[in-house]
Design a protein around this ligand. Structure first.
Ligand code: TRP
Length: 334
């Protein structure tokens, strides 16, 4: 670790990721790891807050590790690790729990939403989720956290807890800043372009998964909802075409204006095929690389193990300080 700033990011290994996750998060990591000390985590403990099939969770965890690597995370440059491999996360979460208030946790939008969605399983972990997330971030003296808009409240809590702890016990944690990606990266459903693209959509044609192959991607774009006239331009009354142009511009790395020019006078059929091809040309090689990596579990285990060693070294430095500040007697070693 050199003196670059620390960036921390985590994704839950809870199944399908869409091109929305790619554009909003994964795509940026490769570049960010050059400008920051990147710490990338598989938030496996967070997934336990909703019911998981243990076997599927294990599979998803390897899948996500492979996907990070396939998207260009370099385990020599960055730290890639599983949250559950570094016990300091849950240890710090316990201490942070003693300064977090039930009121502020039960007010969290995501807690309320998930409580509605999983009425039969409103557990303590679901409510405590943001405290574990704060521990993830604060353990590494993180300066920057790239997040989706849905995680803004959680990041705010991490900042509040850092400040609260520092005020009570003296300077201990860096107060992290959030980085919310540009609105251009907001990808909408292919079936109902007024709604955000979601992996949990019952209509499989509404989203592009990172696991879709070229044929599937092209077929899904062919079926994408468009608008009534034939113009290929971004406009508020043309949400379908606007979404497709946005996706094209992001995947083909051209401006919206240039994309509009490129498709001037073309039909929707041609246009949708080009969008599908542009997306497939990025996603398909990633999927193939991911599958290649998945065939070598022992390599993935090694990467995660080395990542956990490096993460633990940093994490326990912070946890040691925290334990000392709150008055816990250090254990005598040797
Ligand atoms: N809660 C985040 C999500 O679902 C994942 C996450 C866990 C996270 N710990 C984190 C994100 C720490 C940023 C920092 O998207």
């Amino acid at each position: 670790m050199d003196d670059k700033k620390i960036l921390f990011s985590a994704i839950q290994p809870s199944g399908i990721l869409t091109i929305g996750n790619y554009l909003g998060a994964l795509r940026n990591f490769k570049k960010l790891q050059d400008d920051y000390n990147g710490i990338f985590s598989l938030a496996d403990l967070h997934t336990l807050t909703v019911k998981q099939d243990p076997q599927v969770l294990r599979k998803n965890t390897y899948e996500l590790a492979a996907l990070y690597l396939a998207c260009g995370i370099d385990p020599e440059k960055s730290i890639l690790f599983a949250q559950s491999h570094v016990p300091a996360h849950t240890e710090l979460a316990w201490v942070l729990n003693t300064i977090a208030y039930p009121g502020e946790l039960s007010r969290m939008t995501q807690f309320k939403d998930k409580s509605k969605k999983h009425e039969d399983n409103i557990n303590m972990g679901l409510m405590d989720y943001p405290v574990l997330m704060a521990a993830d971030i604060l353990l590494y003296q993180t300066e920057l956290v790239p997040i989706g808009a849905d995680q803004k409240q959680h990041l705010e809590l991490a900042r509040d807890l850092a400040i609260r702890f520092n005020n009570r016990f003296g300077e201990t944690f860096k107060v992290p800043e959030g980085y919310i990606g540009k609105t251009g990266a907001r990808v909408m459903s292919l079936a109902e372009p007024e709604r955000k693209m979601s992996k949990s959509d019952a209509n499989l044609n509404a989203f592009i998964s990172m696991d879709d192959d070229t044929d599937t991607i092209i077929r899904k774009f062919k079926r994408a909802v468009t608008d009534s006239d034939n113009k290929i331009i971004c406009a508020p009354d043309k949400p379908g075409i606007t979404n497709l142009l946005t996706i094209y511009s992001l995947f083909a790395s051209v401006s919206i204006e240039d994309a509009e020019k490129e498709f001037e006078g073309k039909g929707y059929g041609d246009f949708k095929l080009k969008v599908g091809e542009a997306v497939a040309s990025v996603i398909d090689p990633i999927r193939q690389e991911k599958n290649k990596l998945l065939a070598d579990k022992s390599y993935l285990d090694d990467v995660l193990s080395q990542g956990a060693d490096r993460a633990a070294r940093l994490a326990y430095r912070t946890l040691g300080k925290v334990y000392k500040k709150v008055g816990l007697v250090p254990r005598k070693r040797g």
